[in-house]
Each structure stands twice: as C-alpha cells, then as structure tokens.
Design a protein around this ligand. Structure first.
Ligand SMILES: Nc1ncnc2c1ncn2[C@@H]1O[C@H](COP(=O)(O)OP(=O)(O)OP(=O)(O)O)[C@@H](O)[C@H]1O
Ligand SMILES: [Mg+2]
Length: 247
C-alpha cells in the first residue's frame, strides 16, 4: 500500500490527531475556518514559521486582511521574527505578500503585492514559488477574496485551480476563512479544520479545534482543547471537549 506523504506541521499537538504515523498531510489544500479571534492567522503563521525553522520548508504568507507590517509586529509577541526570516536567508524562508493595500487603496513599499483578484494572485504565487522553492503557503483570508469574486461557481473554480497548481508543486496550503458552515469553500478544499471557542459556565472561554475533513487520511474526529500562549498555539490531544454544558 502506498503511504501518503506527510510533514511535521510545527503546531504542537496537531500531528497527534492524524492516523498512525502522527504526521500532517503534505501537499494538500486545507481550509482553516473559524469565528473572529479564533486563531486562524496565528495558526497559519505558526505553520509557516516552524516549517521554515525546523523542517527546511520555506513559506509564503499572503495577507488580504491586514498590512504585512502589522502582522510582523503582532508575531513578535510570540517571539517570532518574521522580518529576519524574510531578509537574512537566501532564498528567503518567509515571503510576505501584501494583498491588503491595493484592496483598500493604500500605497505600499512591500516587495510583493497583488491586485485584489485571483488572477494576479496566481501569477505572483507562481513567481515566488519559483524564486524561493516554498512548500508551505497560507492565504489569509479566502473570505476576503470571496467577497471580490461574487459568483460561487467562480470561487469554486479558482480554489480548485489553485489547489491543483500548488498541489502539483508539493505545496501544503492553508486557506483561512470565516466560519460560514457549508460554504462553497468548505466543499472545494481537500481538508477542513475548524477553530472555535465556547463560553463555560464560569464565564471563561475555552478554545477548541476539530479536524472536520481530510480526504484520504484517517484522523481524530472530536473537538480538542487548544490554547494560544506567548509561545503560540498548543493543542491538547488528550483533552476532548464536549459541549453538553451549552444546552
Ligand atoms: N502574544 C499572545 N499571547 C497570547 N495570546 C495571543 C497573543 N497574540 C494574540 N493572542 C490571541 O490570539 C487571538 C488572535 O488570533 P488571530 O488573529 O489568529 O485570530 P483570527 O481567527 O485570525 O481573527 P480574525 O477573524 O479577526 O482575523 C487574539 O484575539 C488573542 O486572544
Ligand atoms: Mg485573522
């Protein structure tokens, strides 16, 4: 039996949720879906940064929701120096792409920018892939893109095209999205990871993560607790969290 290619995701606890090998599927396109503040952006960047630092996998981050310089500053709060990974390695270990400025009409001095449509996204992506040999990509967020392309059939087609091109190159791709259950993005991607949070009776909130789908892979199928600390995201595979108290 052919074994599926896998990687170390770089997110503590995540790989334990997959099959016997306990590694993350490689070369797939995975949607990371969740409400505001559920950790989608941190999840995507941690995947790229740890992939770059610990697995020799350069990454590309395409930011549609915020300015790259804000992201760089935010990530410093976890001790992650994105700027260093961009500038002190050749080829760069992280490449930031500004998909935000053009969309809101700001000028930018970022090296890589894209107009707010998927055509230019694919051109820029292909160029950076060739230059850097990146094997991890995060697009943050697909929801923003979907508001630009209004036709669901077109969105689906673009996702499939992008998935085919990136998959062909062995790239593992995270697409973040707002949690619109049953949205076209959720059917089009090969995997779906849900990030969420619930209010406990005490009034505290608890974060949880679910591998909702991963085509071709055996995986855990329950909500697991995770935390965001000063060291980033940490998942607790031994802590299944029920929602009985929410009734
Ligand atoms: N240094 C830090 N230490 C601990 N927790 C942090 C730190 N930085 C951010 N957080 C937590 O992570 C959350 C931000 O997560 P993130 O930006 O990834 O969410 P998101 O799902 O991308 O949100 P949005 O939908 O608004 O884009 C913050 O709201 C905060 O609770
Ligand atoms: Mg975000």
């Amino acid at each position: 039996m052919a074994t599926m290619a896998t990687i170390k995701s770089g997110i503590p606890g995540l790989d334990d949720l997959f099959g016997e090998k306990k590694e993350f599927p490689k070369g797939r396109q995975v949607l990371i879906s969740g409400p505001p503040g559920s950790g989608k952006t941190v999840f995507g960047l941690q995947f790229l940064i740890n992939g770059a630092l610990h697995s020799d996998e350069p990454g590309i981050f395409i930011s549609f929701d915020d300015l790259p310089r804000h992201i760089r500053t935010d990530m410093l709060s976890f001790g992650w120096n994105v700027r260093q990974l961009e500038e002190e390695f050749n080829p760069p270990l992280i490449t930031m792409v500004d998909g935000f400025s053009a969309r809101v009409g700001l000028s930018t001095d970022e090296k890589f920018t894209i107009r707010a449509n998927l055509d230019s996204l694919l051109i820029v992506l292909t160029e950076i892939l060739e230059e850097t040999g990146a094997t991890r990509v995060c697009i943050d967020s697909l929801s923003t893109l979907s508001t630009i392309i209004k036709d669901p059939a077109q969105v689906r087609k673009e996702i499939l095209t992008m998935g085919a091109i990136l998959g062909e190159q062995g790239c593992t791709t995270f697409l973040t999205a707002e949690s619109l259950e049953g949205g076209v993005e959720e059917y089009s991607s090969q995997g779906l990871i849900r990030l969420s949070y619930d209010e406990l009776p005490t009034g505290e909130f608890r974060r949880s993560i679910l591998i909702q789908k991963m085509r071709g892979f055996a995986h855990d199928f329950s909500w697991k607790e995770f935390r965001i600390t000063s060291e980033g995201i940490k998942i607790f595979p031994e802590r299944t969290v029920g929602r009985v108290h929410l009734k």
